[in-house]
Design a protein around this ligand. Structure first.
Ligand code: 5GP
Length: 194
């Protein structure tokens, strides 16, 4: 997605060879027009699959799940990272290991909102190690729902996330695939869609 890659080149801050900061337009302050365009692009890429629900994990996937839900005309649902008292029972949950924070946390979704009749498209802001998305895939499978695939806004292709998801039999589309990066420069893979 050219518009996205251009913004990453212009505004992305590469904090190390592994961490890209995009909080001026993607995941802190959010460019709403860009977010809506991202939602339309995910809807287009998965147009061959019927989707009844878009799924993400709080917090920074929410704007893209909402935009995709709008484009597809379906609801979106987000997994919670902390167990709310109102979400105490009847949840699907999965452990997610955060490599950046070196801790494991649970993500949960109420069983009321996901079930065998659902066809789910998962979206998220970043694909890095794939741990968060693998947790969502596990929940979709536990719920007996059908998985259309995973859409990522930014994929750091030099990390293991895509391999992990594909190894689970999941179709992955990313809108910007970063082959490598270093302070001041970012290199994208030629084909950002496969
Ligand atoms: P995972 O390692 O599970 O694929 O990524 C977990 C989460 O960490 C992502 O959803 C994203 O919110 C965050 N993350 C991973 N790598 C980066 C990065 O380079 N930049 C930013 N801003 N967030 C990241």
């Amino acid at each position: 997605m050219d518009m996205l890659k251009q913004r990453i080149r212009q505004e992305g801050q590469i904090l190390s060879d592994k961490v890209l900061k995009v909080d001026s337009f993607l995941n802190h302050q959010v460019d709403t027009e860009l977010a809506l365009a991202i939602g339309r692009e995910f809807a287009r890429l998965f147009a061959d699959k019927p989707v009844t629900k878009v799924l993400t994990v709080e917090a920074s996937g929410i704007q893209f799940a909402m935009a995709t839900g709008i484009a597809l005309g379906v609801p979106f649902l987000y997994a919670k990272k902390k167990k709310a008292v109102t979400l105490a029972e009847n949840v699907y949950s999965a452990p997610v290991h955060s490599f950046t924070r070196q801790e494991t946390y649970q993500i949960s979704i109420s069983q009321k909102y996901l079930g065998p009749a659902d066809k789910v498209l998962i979206v998220d802001d970043f694909l890095a190690t794939g741990a968060a998305l693998a947790g969502l895939v596990q929940i979709v499978r536990e719920a007996g729902a059908e998985l259309a695939g995973v859409g990522c806004v930014v994929e750091k292709s030099f990390q293991e996330g895509r391999g992990l998801l594909e190894g689970m039999g999941v179709r992955v589309h990313s809108l910007a695939r970063i082959a490598s990066m270093a302070p001041g420069e970012v290199h994208f893979m030629d084909d950002e869609r496969t």
